[in-house]
Design a protein around this ligand. Structure first.
Ligand code: F6P
Length: 341
């Protein structure tokens, strides 16, 4: 076959380098097929910024966070004319199939390119774990591990000072990290966008713990929850036009403090969750996805993304991935909430 083009777009995510390594080694060593890395996401495809990749180029990157190809928030449909904006690079380099590693916005653009006739394979990526059609995304396990460690650390200082600790984790529209880290860290309350919150109920939990001789509490908050009534947060936008989130916990803390009388402190974890080395789980998942994407590209497939289904990696239509954003199911949140208090 012709050349495989490979790009990583959108926010970075631990495991991206494992995907790049997986695609490159599988395509070049197993299938004798050339791989062209595209620099800085869609921007590199539009501007013709590429680098040839072989086995030696991807040594030593498996355990590294970030992406050796770079990424950006540029998008061919938001900032260009779709496929037409990418054609000059595609023609010049002989790219036959494009492997696109990205979150929901990136995969939507990948689907549009496939609809315009380009051969495209998607690789789902986000620490938020909210892409439809796959049971889990790589990066999520790493983010949950970081958030859980933070909760463990906050619990001991909360206990020493009889404080309520609010820990805000990422999760733009869905509360996967908050729910998993909250379960793992034994949170006393978890606020996620999928479930409307009741601050009186949170305060009741804090007071109940006090009565039972536990005068400290841990509350996990997903960054995407609505601010409390009457609070206004400063809204800044990214290059996609998405709101830059972070800081809602600062508006929630005084509400909890006023209702409980307990000093309430805030930790916003932010990008710590996205940086650094991926967990072993994420390295394995990302490697398997990269290998599967290369296999599908060589087989001439298009319009699908590689997905974890049960314990297998399977192709799923990109249209399914883009159909909805996957939220925390009620029964999982119910498990978490059984331990509140
Ligand atoms: O979508 C992944 C994510 O980490 C969100 O949880 C977060 O809101 C967003 O990216 C932040 O992206 P950036 O660092 O580009 O503003």
């Amino acid at each position: 076959m012709g050349v495989i083009g490979l790009l990583t777009a959108g926010g970075d995510c631990p495991g991206l380098n494992a995907v790049i390594r997986g695609v490159t080694v599988r395509a070049t060593e197993t299938h004798d097929t050339e791989v062209l890395g595209i620099l800085n996401g869609w921007q590199g495809l539009i501007e013709g910024d590429t680098v040839s990749l072989d086995r030696d180029d991807v040594r030593g990157i498996l355990a590294r966070g970030g992406t050796m190809l770079g990424t950006s928030r540029m998008d061919p449909y938001v900032h260009g004319e779709g496929l037409a904006s990418c054609m000059s690079t595609i023609r010049k380099t002989g790219i036959e199939t494009l492997i696109v590693t990205g979150g929901d916005g990136t995969l939507r653009s990948a689907l549009q390119l496939a609809d315009e006739g380009l051969k495209v394979i998607g690789v789902p990526k986000t620490i938020d774990n909210d892409i439809n059609g796959t049971d889990m995304t790589f990066g999520f396990d790493t983010a949950v591990s970081v958030a859980t460690e933070a909760i463990d650390r906050l619990a001991s200082t909360a206990e020493a000072h009889n404080r309520v600790m609010l820990i805000e984790v990422m999760g733009r529209t869905k509360g996967w990290i908050a729910t998993y880290a909250g379960i793992a860290g034994g949170a006393d309350a978890i606020l996620i966008p999928e479930v409307p919150y009741d601050l009186d109920a949170v305060a009741a939990v804090v007071k109940k713990r006090y009565r039972r001789g536990r005068p400290f509490s841990i509350v996990v908050v997903a960054e995407g929850v609505a601010p409390p009534e009457g609070a206004t947060l400063e809204v800044r936008k990214d290059a996609f036009g998405f709101e830059r989130l972070g800081g809602v916990a600062y508006a929630l803390a005084p509400e909890i403090e006023d209702r409980t009388g307990f000093e309430t402190r805030v930790t916003v974890l932010g990008h710590v969750q996205r940086g650094g080395t991926p967990t072993a789980f994420d390295r394995v998942l990302a490697t398997r996805l990269g290998v599967a994407a290369a296999d599908l590209a060589v087989a001439g497939e298009s319009g699908v993304m590689v997905a974890l289904r049960g314990s297998e990696i399977e192709p799923v239509p990109l249209a399914e991935a883009c159909a909805t954003v996957r939220g925390v199911p009620e029964n999982l949140y119910e498990v978490a909430s059984a331990f509140f208090g």
